[in-house]
Design a protein around this ligand. Structure first.
Ligand code: ATP
Ligand code: MG
Length: 357
C-alpha cells in the first residue's frame, strides 16, 4: 500500500473546498392508513466539518449512523432538513448547495460526484462500458461519436483498465474491475470533489488495497478532494488525512489520522480502534477488543445526555443528563465527550500490545 498521503493534514492555510455546517437530515416515520407522521429518524443530527482542497476526510461509524445520508446531502440527492453545505466553486466563490434547486445545482453536479459501495448493482448490466462511462459526457454534450470513445478509452486507461474493453458489459468484469469502471464514470466530467461511499467495502482485502492505491494516485494526479465513507477504521488509515467518527447521526470525534489512531479522545473511537485487525501476527491475538455492551441507539428515540452513554465503559452521572457539545480541544481536534481531558484512552498500538485489560 502507498505510504501516508503527502499533504500536511494540519495545514490550515489550505482553504476548505467544502464546509458543512450544522447539517440536519430527518426522515419522517409514517404509520397507519393515513400515513400520519408519528416521529422522525434523525439520521444526520447537527453535523459540521470541512474538507480542504486535495484532502481526504473519512467518515466512519457503525451501520445506520448516518454516513450515507451525510454523503447524499452533499451530492444533493437529498434536500437537507436544515444546515449549510458551503462549496467553494471555481468561479462563483462560496455557494450554499443546501439552498439551490435542481436547476441551479446542475453545474455543481458535474464537479461533485459519488462512487458507490456495490460494484455489482451500481452498474447497469444492459449497458456497455462505453455507455456507462460515457453517459455523463453524452448527456452534458461534452463529447459524442469517436471523440466520446476516445475520452472513455483514456478514462479506462487512467483507472488501470484496457481500452479494448470498451464494448464489454459489466458481467465480464471482476468486483475490483467494476469498481474501476465506477471510478472512471465518476471522473468523466473532471470532478473536484468525490464522495466515495463504502467504495471498497464489498471487495477482497487485496483488491481493496489496489483500489485505495488507485484513489490515492488519482488524487495526486488530478488534485481531487475526497469524502471517504467506511464503516471500519482499518480501511481509512492509509488513505485519510483526517477522520471523523460518527455515532447515531453525530460526529463524536474529528482529528488527523495519526492523532486519532495514537491518541483517541472519545471512548467510542477507542472501541472502534480496538476492533481494527492487527497487521503483525504476533499481536493478533493479544489485543484487547473492547466489546461494547448494548445496541446502537435508535436515531428516532435517542437516549438522554450523551447518545453513547448506555454503552460507554467510562459513563458517569453527567453523561446521562447532559449532552456533550462538540468542542475544539486543540487546533483541528474536535471531540464530544465531557471527560475527554481526563480519560486516558488507548490508541491502536497501545491496544495491540496490551496483553490484558
Ligand atoms: N430514505 C430513508 N428513509 C428513511 N430512513 C432512512 C433513509 N435513509 C436512511 N435512513 C435511516 O437513517 C439512518 C442513517 O442511515 P444511513 O444509511 O445514512 O447510515 P450509514 O451510516 O450509511 O449505514 P451503513 O453503514 O449501513 O451504510 C438509519 O437509521 C436509516 O435507517
Ligand atoms: Mg451507508
Amino acid at each position: 500500500m502507498n505510504s501516508k498521503p503527502e499533504i500536511m493534514p494540519a495545514d490550515s492555510s489550505i482553504e476548505p473546498l467544502l464546509e458543512v455546517r450544522n447539517l440536519h437530515m430527518q426522515f419522517p416515520i409514517r404509520r397507519g392508513a393515513f400515513r400520519r407522521t408519528v416521529g422522525f429518524i434523525k439520521a444526520v443530527n447537527d453535523v459540521s466539518f470541512h474538507i480542504r482542497h486535495g484532502e481526504t476526510l473519512s467518515l466512519v461509524g457503525e451501520s445506520g449512523c448516518g454516513k450515507t445520508t451525510t454523503g447524499r446531502c452533499i451530492v444533493r440527492v437529498y434536500e437537507p432538513t436544515s444546515g449549510q453545505i458551503l462549496y467553494k466553486a471555481e468561479e462563483q466563490g462560496r455557494i450554499d448547495l443546501a439552498e439551490l434547486d435542481n436547476r441551479d445545482l446542475r453545474p455543481f453536479r458535474r464537479e461533485i460526484r459519488m462512487i458507490f459501495q456495490d460494484p455489482f448493482s451500481s452498474l447497469n448490466p444492459r449497458l456497455s462500458i462505453l455507455q456507462i462511462v460515457g453517459e455523463s459526457l453524452r448527456v452534458n454534450r461534452v463529447a459524442s461519436g469517436s471523440e466520446l470513445e476516445e475520452r472513455v478509452a483514456s478514462l479506462l486507461k487512467r483507472v488501470g483498465l484496457r481500452p479494448e474493453y470498451i464494448r464489454r458489459y459489466p458481467h465480464a468484469f471482476s468486483g475490483g474491475e467494476r469498481q474501476r469502471i465506477g471510478i472512471a464514470r465518476a471522473l468523466a466530467l473532471n470532478p473536484r470533489l468525490i464522495v466515495a461511499d463504502e467504495a471498497v467495502s464489498a471487495l477482497d482485502v487485496s483488491v481493496q488495497a489496489q483500489i485505495l492505491n488507485l484513489l490515492q494516485d488519482l488524487q495526486e494526479e488530478l488534485n481531487l478532494t475526497y469524502l471517504f465513507i467506511a464503516h471500519d477504521l482499518s480501511v481509512v488509515e492509509h488513505i485519510s488525512h483526517r477522520v471523523a467518527v460518527m455515532y447515531v447521526g453525530k460526529i463524536v470525534e474529528l482529528a488527523t489520522t495519526e492523532d486519532l489512531f495514537t491518541n483517541p479522545l472519545h471512548p467510542y473511537t477507542e472501541a472502534l480502534l480496538s476492533a481494527v485487525p492487527k497487521p503483525d501476527p504476533r499481536l493478533r491475538n493479544k489485543g484487547v477488543r473492547i466489546r461494547l455492551e448494548g445496541e446502537v441507539a435508535d436515531p428516532s428515540n435517542p437516549p438522554s445526555g450523551c447518545y453513547f452513554h448506555p454503552r460507554c465503559p467510562y459513563v458517569q452521572d453527567r453523561c446521562r443528563q447532559e449532552e456533550p457539545a462538540v468542542r475544539e480541544i486543540k487546533k483541528d481536534r474536535w471531540v464530544a465527550c465531557h471527560f475527554a481531558e481526563e480519560l486516558d484512552l488507548r490508541g491502536f498500538e497501545a491496544i495491540g500490545s496490551t496483553p490484558s485489560v
